[in-house]
Write a protein that binds this ligand. Structure first.
Ligand SMILES: Cc1ncc(COP(=O)(O)O)c(C=O)c1O
Length: 397
């Protein structure tokens, strides 16, 4: 009797449903001079699914800073043991200055990733006497953070503020936490932070905002949707892995809340600190991003070029409020087919399927970057048109 028989059976189920995850063949080189083309197995691909929205993964100054800052490999331990390096602290001081934290009684704590931040912070703040109100389309790391906490979890339909308000009114929990992505990672739509702020204040709830996809891109200096709308959440998470082009994350909250998180968030306490050189590179990258008005304008222009291109070529009016543009196909296998056909044509956009998105809404999650050229975007629209017209699958909306 094979002890894994049950697992093999479940694997077969995943495969038959068209949601088996396999890794794409690895990229070997990246040709900076060609912008977003990536060479792999000798072939070049045009990428339209990276979160490197501003091209910072290849920024020469950031790469130079990385080279200069590597005086140790790993941190060797958690920051609470022997892994707390000057660069970690410098990074937090830098963020404190950028966000004017000391003037507002707030503080910052570095995490190893956005995932680690969300699971650590949410499960640290919410206990058995708490209730978490989480948007249905929140990122998986938020969902898992909620599950790890002992709180009652109320998932509200996507952006249904009436539902949220009714639930908050009924709640008798000692601590109420409303959690949203500021830009939803798979749909690209925005959380109405002003309304959420109002509702949270009305019902004594804490507003938790994950700025993963807005940081660097949205707001006058790229500090996110909160900067853009002039609204402040109580707890905010920012990743360094998307527009900043590196890895890691940080959380901003009132100073004593940060003290509490530092002492209770298990993903902070029990994990080796992020390599210190990442922090030096992140300071460089964020310093550039704060002044990167042109890159942000170029990104916005590229989004318009893409939307126009798809409208002209496919007759489809894609809806988006950001640089994340969902092209819904529906069926899991259909989405895979579209991905594979684009791949054969040298265009790389992975199919996003359940459980990353609800069943039956499999899609291409198209992302543009500030370093795409107009020609590249137009070529993408043409290739997508050719693929969609040559197979019998329903169209994106
Ligand atoms: C909204 C959101 N939060 C958090 C994360 C996790 O961030 P990281 O990739 O830094 O772990 C992601 C990643 O895609 C995300 O989309």
């Amino acid at each position: 009797m094979n002890n894994f028989e049950w697992i093999y059976h479940k694997l077969y189920g995943i495969e038959s449903a068209g949601v088996l995850r396999d890794l794409p063949s690895p990229f070997s080189t990246y040709d900076v001079s060609r912008g977003t083309f990536v060479g792999y197995e000798g072939k070049e691909f045009l990428i339209f699914c990276s979160n490197d929205y501003l091209g910072m993964t290849k920024n020469a100054e950031v790469l130079e800073e990385l080279r200069k800052s590597v005086y140790t490999g790993g941190s060797g331990a958690s920051r609470l043991v022997s892994g707390n390096f000057a660069q970690h602290v410098e990074f937090e001081e830098f963020i404190s200055e950028v966000f004017g934290l000391s003037q507002t009684g707030r503080s910052v704590l570095l995490f190893n990733s956005g995932w680690a931040a969300n699971i650590g912070v949410i499960s640290s703040l919410a206990d058995e006497e708490s209730e978490i109100f989480s948007d249905q389309l929140n990122h998986a790391s938020i969902i898992d953070g909620c599950r790890l906490s002992k709180a009652k979890i109320t998932v509200f339909p996507h952006l249904d503020l009436d539902f949220l308000e009714i639930s908050l009114r009924k709640s008798t929990a000692k601590f109420k936490l409303v959690v949203v992505d500021s830009i939803f990672s798979m749909d690209g739509d925005l959380a109405p932070l002003e309304d959420l702020r109002y509702i949270c204040d009305k019902y004594g709830a804490v507003l938790y905002v994950d700025e993963a996809h807005a940081f660097g891109v949205v707001g006058k200096t790229g500090r996110g949707l909160q900067e853009f709308l002039g609204v402040q959440g109580d707890v905010s998470v920012y990743t360094l892995s998307k527009a900043v082009g590196l890895y890691g994350a940080f959380v901003i909250a009132p100073r004593k809340v940060i003290d509490y998180i530092r002492s209770t968030a298990r993903s902070f306490i029990f994990s080796t600190a992020i390599p210190p050189y990442i922090c030096s590179a992140a300071i460089k990258s964020i310093s550039i991003i704060l002044r990167a008005d042109e890159l942000r304008a170029k990104l916005a222009e590229n989004v318009s070029i893409l939307i126009d291109g798809i409208r002209q070529k496919l007759g489809v009016e894609l809806k988006t409020s950001s640089h994340i543009i969902p092209f819904i196909i529906g069926g899991e296998l259909d989405a895979l087919k579209v991905y594979e056909m684009l791949f054969d044509r040298g265009v790389f956009v992975r199919a996003i399927r359940y459980p990353s998105v609800p069943r039956g809404t499999a899609r291409l999650r198209i992302t543009v970057s500030a370093v795409h050229t107009k020609d590249q975007i137009q070529r993408f629209a043409s290739e997508l048109f050719d693929v969609m017209s040559s197979i019998n699958v329903s169209r994106g909306t």
